[in-house]
Design a protein around this ligand. Structure first.
Ligand code: NAD
Length: 353
């Protein structure tokens, strides 16, 4: 079988992880690395692949089948446009763009070229999310009414000292972390049509928020609340509960989402399911039937690379499209705006355009 040749642009934190999964893939192979930094030399040598200083050099000398763009956010749109113009499939890291306006420009170009672009919301490939969506779709929870979520963790001083942009406008946990949560919430409950938010920077005193309380309204009528904090010594985050990234300690007694319907609720990722056995049993004075939904865990980044290979070969449509990436960014932008203004921000008119 011929393997799909994948080049990775940006050999930084997440780019190295993409290189690793491409190298161990049964269907893809790492063909090259693109990064102007001298620090990329060692990982490229270790992988035994050529290193190019720019996408233009890669395209001129060593055209791959697909490109992973794991570069700084400001490069996402210009580099994706360069790949689209060259007719290459792209796995573009999140966020799709630094601003909705730039993401809209990418959407136009991708549509016009009928381009194959997968946005790197890798949790969309998580078996936990697949199983949770399956439970919701099965109707076992009844009609969904509420979702409660959290991404509360403590980022150490070095995290900000190593990359000062993380505590400057353009950084902050809304743009860095919440966009992943938004995609998960959209997978579970559908489109978000309105948001409210309180943000605080009182603990770190940085230019960006450290803690945010968010209210969400979904098109389906479901209401949601979400707590986000990068200064809370608390394990209620995907990273510390999903067991999907061994870099993080994991706590089997904590969840980061609870999805509640008229007949039951599901806690994610422990997958504890509480349902009323019969419609007549629905009362807070009666006990739930309690179970744990079984699932086979697997690394979503590995699964994402396999999916990207299929997208490159034209065997699959991107599971996370440019439209999805744009919709996620619209929600995070609206949350920033809601926190600044104190107003309710409605997204209904353009959330799925
Ligand atoms: N999916 C995830 O969970 C996840 C996790 C972390 C980061 N990210 C995203 O991935 C992207 C990269 O983040 P990071 O933390 O790995 O950043 P990083 O700073 O660790 O790495 C970025 C790399 O890009 C290189 N680079 C700069 N200009 C370049 C150019 N013109 N061409 C090619 N390479 C260039 C840099 O030299 C650096 O090696 C960001 O968009 C970030 O939001 C996603």
């Amino acid at each position: 079988m011929t393997t799909t040749r994948i080049a990775v642009a940006g050999a930084g934190y997440i780019g190295l992880a993409h290189m690793g999964v491409a190298r161990s893939s049964p269907t893809c192979t790492l063909s090259a690395v693109v990064d102007p930094s001298p620090s990329a030399r060692a990982p490229a040598e270790q992988a035994g692949v050529p290193l190019y200083a720019s996408l233009a050099e890669l395209l001129a000398k060593d055209r791959p089948d697909g490109v992973v763009l794991a570069t700084p956010n400001v490069l996402h749109v210009p580099q994706a446009l360069e790949c689209i113009a060259a007719g290459l499939a792209v796995l573009l890291e999140k966020p799709i763009a630094p601003t909705v306006a730039e993401a809209e420009q990418l959407l136009c170009a991708a549509d016009a070229a009928n381009a194959r672009v997968l946005i790197g919301h890798h949790r969309a490939h998580s078996p936990i999310m697949a199983k949770a969506c399956e439970v919701v779709a099965s109707g076992r929870l009844g009609r969904l009414v509420a979702v409660m979520g959290s991404a509360t963790f403590f980022k150490p001083h070095e995290y900000f000292a190593d990359a000062p942009w993380r505590s400057q406008p353009g950084g902050g946990p809304i743009l860095i972390n919440l966009i992943h949560e938004v995609h998960n919430l959209r997978m579970l409950c559908g489109e978000i049509v309105a948001v409210q938010a309180f943000a605080s920077n009182a603990t770190r005193g940085a230019a960006v928020e450290d803690t945010v309380a968010i209210n969400l309204r979904f098109a389906s009528g479901v209401l949601g609340s979400f707590m986000l904090s990068d200064t809370a010594a608390c394990a209620r985050s995907w990273e510390q509960t999903s067991q999907e990234n061994p870099a993080y300690p994991s706590y089997a007694d904590e969840d980061c989402y609870v999805v509640a319907g008229t007949h039951g609720s599901l806690s994610v990722p422990t997958m504890r399911l509480k349902t009323y056995a019969r419609p007549g049993d629905r009362s807070w004075w009666k006990p739930f039937e309690c179970s744990v939904v079984g699932l086979q865990r697997a690394d979503p980044l590995t699964l994402q690379m396999e999916h990207f290979g299929a997208v490159v070969r034209g065997e699959a449509a991107p599971r996370v499209s440019v439209r999805d990436g744009l919709a996620n960014l619209r929600v995070t932008e609206a949350i920033v705006q809601a926190a600044r203004s104190g107003a309710t921000i409605e997204l209904s008119s353009h959330s799925s355009s």
